[in-house]
Design a protein around this ligand. Structure first.
Ligand code: R5P
Length: 297
């Protein structure tokens, strides 16, 4: 009999079901009651010694408190080891104080998770100035799985598309995805003036003329980064533009704006549920969990 089970919240039940099937372990749903004053009551089924808790942390302010309550409830109800599987890990981008007085969110959230979990697995965390999750979450086992293998295979390489990363930070994702098929890469530079205001410069953009272009990034948030890059690529004569990302947090209006900017197809992995989330990462996550022996304790 397995020593481990997977627990999930309602909103991620389909993705968690997929992972539980890959791991051949039971799936339980965490029950949440919302009180009229906004507090949450969390209840879990009796746990086996190893509890994997699945929750993607898009919309993090709403999800984090329930997550911590569930981790505590699992420990009180039989779990000896509580492991967080957060396919999207929020608050990783604020890894420094860009302006005086700003909180370094990455550190704060990292400490919070260290206090409540024995191990953590995520997919393509936005690590830039901080190089590893261990720096953010010392003392627990952390794993960053990359979605590059499944993103690579999602690209139709028959017409040798040009992969474009909109900014220097995207280089690591773009190169990882381009390498298996030996695709050409173009990396831009970006200056962010505001949440929805970015200036992008893509040196050598003329190489996109007449080409099938795949814009690649780790996160699509407001969609403005991809939209601005798409506008410039269209202007430069790209024949066809599509967008590929690990995590898509964008709202429907933002995705619509991306299409208006010239992006024909937008695809992401299912680390965050949504219409663009057509590429599953469950087999990648399951393989890593097995490799680490996390189901055995
Ligand atoms: C930032 O460096 C990330 O890699 C993405 O480029 C960024 O988060 C995208 O944000 P948005 O879609 O709001 O432009």
């Amino acid at each position: 009999m397995s020593k481990a089970a997977l627990f999930c919240f309602t909103e991620s039940a389909p993705q968690a079901r997929h992972l539980a099937n890959e791991l051949s372990i039971d799936l339980h749903q965490v029950a949440v009651h919302g009180f009229p004053d906004g507090e949450s009551l969390v209840r879990v089924d009796p746990a086996l010694p190893i509890a994997l808790l699945y929750r993607s942390l898009d919309n993090p302010n709403a999800k984090l408190i329930e997550l911590l309550l569930a981790a505590a409830a699992l420990r009180e109800n039989g779990a000896e080891r509580v492991i967080l599987v957060a396919p999207y890990l929020a608050y990783m981008r604020q890894d420094t104080a860009f302006h005086p007085g700003e909180a370094i969110s990455q550190r704060v959230i990292g400490r919070l998770l260290v206090d409540h979990f024995d191990a953590l697995l995520t997919v393509d965390p936005h690590l830039h100035r901080t190089h590893t999750l261990d720096e953010i979450m010392p003392g627990i086992e952390t794993v960053a799985v990359t979605a590059a293998p499944v993103l690579s295979t999602a690209i139709d390489v028959t017409d040798k598309p040009l992969l474009v990363g909109p900014d220097a930070e995207s280089r690591q994702w773009v190169e990882g995805i381009a390498a298996p098929a030996g695709l050409e890469v173009l990396i831009g530079t970006k200056h962010r003036n505001g949440d929805r205001d970015v200036a992008i410069h893509i040196c050598d953009i003329a190489r996109a003329s007449g080409r099938h272009v795949v814009l690649v990034d780790d996160v699509i948030s407001s969609g403005e980064t991809m939209a601005e890059a798409a506008r410039q690529l269209r202007e430069a004569g790209a024949a066809r533009i599509e967008a590929l990302a690990t995590h898509c947090l964008a709202s429907q209006p933002s995705l619509a704006a991306l299409r208006v900017a010239g992006v024909e197809r937008i695809r992401s992995t299912d680390t965050v549920a949504g219409l663009s989330a057509v590429i599953t990462v469950a087999p990648l996550i399951a393989a890593e969990i097995r490799r680490r022996g996390w189901l055995k304790g």
